[in-house]
Design a protein around this ligand. Structure first.
Ligand SMILES: [Ca+2]
Ligand SMILES: [Ca+2]
Ligand SMILES: [Ca+2]
Length: 329
């Protein structure tokens, strides 16, 4: 059984998971079940109910509206698609904010009706919807009654020309809209990188907000290839000796620290790294020192090898230097 302490965070997680964002292209709006006719004079319509009279939820997800389709007929004309976001709940009125510039949809003459589609690129949120503005004298067939004689109001309505600019909010009357439904719907695609381009037809690189063309393919990484050499030294014998080595990466990128291993005579008493070697860019060299203190010998051969994961060419990964000591009593 879930305790309250576990239950509340779980509910929050579930609520976050419910914030919808399109995962594939989807269509919302009028299902085009009827035949539009001339609605009358100039007006703006927006859908507020489904044909079954349930409340229309608008776009089911966030993303980019990539096309708008209208079912139209009548004389040759054009209508305007509006991109609208509710700012109040549905009631006798509904307030809708314009989120983008209108898109013009040309209507070819048709005694019957047909579909007209225009491509768009408009970012949208869940609940957004498409309005239709039909200019005065257009006489286009743009709306119909999904349920003739229904007491439900299927649309929001404002009379006259659309004079709103982007960002404006207009009050649509739903009670004066009667049973008319604007014959418009839209396709929304996911926009995972939020670059404002639909990820299925407009954005060839949905993982990069800076690109809409195909993603760059990273060239395969060359493996690293280390070589090491001992730096010659003419230092006089001392009680301890420090010898320099130089390691160069003549291959590709090193993804892990370079390991340094000192192989030397058992006569060596103490080996001390003066510098550690964590990474090495392709083509770069770095020197490091190994300090040797003898036990009893007056000379020994000091061998140092380097290695890093991913390297196979290891024949040149070790170098030797003879070191001479002056023993102290
Ligand atoms: Ca995108
Ligand atoms: Ca992109
Ligand atoms: Ca090598």
């Amino acid at each position: 059984m879930l305790t309250k302490r576990l239950f509340l965070p779980l509910v929050l997680l579930l609520l976050l998971a419910l914030v919808p964002s399109a995962t594939a292209a989807t269509t919302f709006g009028d299902p085009f079940t009827g035949t539009p006719a001339d609605f009358g004079t100039d007006f703006v319509l927006v859908q507020v109910r489904n044909p079954d009279a349930s409340e229309f939820a608008g776009s089911p997800a966030s993303g980019v509206i990539t096309s708008v389709t209208v079912k139209v007929g009548g004389p040759a004309s054009s209508v305007q698609a509006l991109f609208l976001r509710p700012t109040t709940p549905l009631g006798a009125t509904i307030s809708l904010q314009k989120t983008a510039a209108n898109v013009t949809i040309p209507v070819t003459a048709d005694a019957g009706t047909h579909l007209e589609t225009v491509n768009t690129r408009v970012s949208a949120q869940p609940g957004d919807r498409i309005g239709l503005s039909v200019p005065a004298g257009t006489m286009a067939f743009t709306s119909y009654s999904p349920v003739p004689g229904s007491p439900s109001n299927f649309c929001g309505y404002i009379s006259g020309l659309d004079s709103q600019v982007v960002g404006d909010t207009a009050v649509f009357t739903t009670s004066a809209c009667n049973e008319n439904m604007p014959a418009v719907r839209a396709t929304i695609e996911p926009d995972a990188d939020l670059d404002g381009y639909g990820d299925e037809t407009q954005d060839l690189c949905p993982s990069d907000a800076a690109r809409q063309s195909a993603c760059l393919v990273a060239p395969p990484l060359a493996p690293p290839n280390l070589v090491i050499s001992a730096v010659k030294s003419s230092a006089k014998p001392r009680s301890s000796a420090t010898r320099r080595f130089t390691v160069t990466n003549i291959g590709g990128r090193i993804a892990a620290p370079v390991k340094i291993k000192v192989v030397s005579s058992k006569k060596v008493k103490r080996i001390k790294f003066v510098k550690s070697l964590l990474s090495l860019a392709p083509g770069a060299s770095v020197g490091f020192k190994v300090k040797v203190t003898p036990k009893t010998a007056t000379s020994t051969r000091l061998t140092v090898s380097v290695s890093t994961p991913g390297e196979s060419a290891t024949a040149d990964n070790s170098a030797s230097a003879r070191v001479k000591f002056k023993l102290t009593k």
